[in-house]
Ligand binder design. Sequence first.
Ligand code: ZN
Ligand code: MN
Length: 503
Amino acid sequence: MEVHVELKTASKMFCNCKNDPDEPKPNTNICPTCTAQPGTLPIPNKKAVQWTVKIGKALGCSIRELSKFDRKHYFYPDLPKAYQISQYDEPIAEHGEIVLEFPTEENIREQVKIGITRVHLEEDTAKLTHANDGSTLVDFNRAGTPLVEIVTDPDFMTAIEAKIYCQELRTIMRYLNVSDADMEKGHMRCEANISLQEAGKFEIVDGVVKALGDYKLNNKVELKNLNSFKAVERGIDYEIKRQTEMIEKGESWIQQTRGWNEDKGETVMQRKKENSDDYRYFPEPDIPPFHPVKIAGDISLGELPQAKRKRFHEEYKFSYADAKILSDNKNWANFAEEVISELIEWLDSLPETKNKAENVPQKITRLAGGWITSKLMGILKEKNKDITGISFTAENFAELIALIYTKRVNSTNAGKILLIMAGSDKDKDPTHILEEKGWGQVSDEGKINELVEDAIKSYSKQVEEFQAGKETVLKFLIGMVMKASEGNADPKVVEEILRGKLS
Ligand code: ZN
Ligand code: MN
């Protein structure tokens, strides 16, 4: 995989222009340097170098002692200099590794190590728009945006692995706060190199695919225009299928670039590469070699997504799926973290759990994780709200979890309370709502007894059916009692009493 990531530095890579590739008004943030006027000189952006070092470290790379920029020559209207300032043989970072984790599913390895070949820094090009009349428009707002290119070793065995890799990369970029990494906006652009070989006829040595015996390696196919994670998966899957069919028919193919057509669901030939491009790389004479580590200074990565996921799973006992959902977004992760710390404090204040809070009961943290991912996320999605836009505090959410945990409210009513909390623009206290609405759970057995007796009288036919062995009817009877209690009875207690009376 080759992934390009636009950095969100304040200014561009080699000039002082505002770096805002999403600016809708064409050619707003431009100057003689980023429009390639003769005589202009590039001045590298220090922050961009620092952030590339940061990315390199987060991907387990070693940072080069000495690095330099190079000119990569090619002619295209989005690049009026006719060369891109990039890095060739001395990239800022190299030889890293990222470990992908999968929830156990068939046909996928549980942990997959992907080698990072290199991480280098370059400049983005201008943006071309092809108009209906056949003309092409050039917008230089994006020209000179700092661009980091991340190249992996040939370690992917399935399309899903490639998709998970891209998703993990996006999460890391957002954690590091160096890019919004929005694929739809082109902040992150993924390309796949797919070259299927016959099993047993090749080996991979130091990240290079080598033929065994007199086997001739099949050519590389570069797949572009993968504009979403779904497209990454579908495009690669299609290409694997296409190449497999060709191999089975004994056909071969030339090196080529293909584009993914989302509407047709197929890849189409864009460019034949009889010979690989000759970019005539040479060192950029206007920028001296530099020491990335010295420029970067002390760098703190903070907790990376994978470490957070592991901690959520192991320490908080969130299910793996919950841990993943919550760690994928830093704001949700922070909210979950606050809720748990409130719950620990609360448990610490109770005589029965006092000073035992370091062994946080799995039941309550799992409960909290589940309520955040299944209930709260759903409610906010429906209200088109983000976790940063809620008006209730983590403290009050934790209180709601505590109410459920101590069985003072059943989950139906707790859901109603949460709906009120999420719909209000004030920080509402769940205990107040509970008392106001009279939604407290009835666990008073005397009261439930009465309701059960009533139900047995009113639904004698169903009672007979149950006693004749039709177990499923019990659910109906529980439902009727719950309805009579206006949803306030503890369904477990109801079932217990019902079974007791009917056996
Ligand atoms: Zn400029
Ligand atoms: Mn590139």
